[in-house]
Write a protein that binds this ligand. Sequence first.
Ligand code: SF4
Length: 421
Amino acid sequence: MADAKEVKIKKIAAAKTLRKLMADHFYELDRAVKEGRPKVAWCTSVGPAELLRAMGFVVYFPENHGAMLGATRMAAETIPAANAVGYSPDICSYLTSDVGAFLQGRTPLTDAYEGIAAIPKPDVLIYNTNQCREVLDWFAWYGQRWSKPVIGVECYRGVGEVTGVHVAGIAGQILALVEPLEKISGEKFDIDRLRETVRLSRECSDLWKEVLETAATKPSPLTFFDSTIHMAPAVVMRGTQVAVDYYRELLPELKARIADGVAAVEGERLRLYWEGMPIWGRLRDLATQFLELRACVVASTYANSWIFTALEPDDPFKSMARAYTELFIVRSDPYKEKYLKEMIDTFGVDGIVFHDSKTCPHNTNCRYAMPQRLAERLGVPSITIAGDLNDLRCYSDEQARTQIEAFVEQLSSGVAPVSNR
Ligand code: SF4
């Protein structure tokens, strides 16, 4: 085991800018609610944020708030409040921790940002069910409470090849949002403004992709745990210049690490892939354990989910439809396995850590024998950790620690099945 000095998580300097951007983001939302302008739209993580921005809304992402509840571990206290009003402990713990926090009149925003007393009240709630139906239930609860419209896009699921039929169906639904949104925002739809927003979103996505791809270098300058923090602008600010500028700052820092041979994990000896949701309340513990074991988690499906290479400013509606449908979570298992093979090859992965997230079956891919198929076809060993994104009652520190230790030892000694690459 490495000594205490060696196991320190390496800081990324751009994080200072990130903290300011996040503060600006939440203060802008808070101001909008207090002043009544611009209008506030809630949006699911891969909802039509580009359209909302182009129509003058400021956009709030409740899943980001859910992740904050998890990361601050406030979720442990708020989930029971949602359970008490009928939301099962078995459903999405973003939903239950967020609804529970609202019922308790709490938010981690208050501790993080002076003067912000509550989450921003929406004028409209826009969903895309591309990830799950839970987002609709979640938004419906708030919509009913505040008598605000809840509208959105019902997506295809289990998609193999994304065809013109899929694209036309989703593009039509996005287009149908324009009229009601014009009434709510009071602003006329402007196609050129949408094109510009889609252009910025694509640029942000391309830069984020480049950031993540720096981890293909050996040793990697970046870990999955870093990416869960630095993905924030790609999630909550896509379609803005500030998000683009942020990745223009972060990328050179990572490239400089590569040029100087600086590893995110000192003495990197193994490279792993994280499949599934982060365990928000244990990010630091897990990052430290992998660091001690000199294993770098170099890539993840989760962080890759905000790469939208299909976005095209010249064809905004159809390209948004394609980008939202090409998403990993929307796809069939054969597609997902093909995608994971590409990731394994690109990032030189030695093994996969599957997270079986109790309350998110949609972002859990180990329940239908995918790990076994990947081991058989590609020779890629894996472990499955039982846990949850926010509900730490579903996670055993002891068990996960032991499993990870044993997995890394097996990989290092060649006992686990070796990759055929
Ligand atoms: S994808 Fe999973 S974590 Fe995200 S909102 Fe849906 S159920 Fe919750």
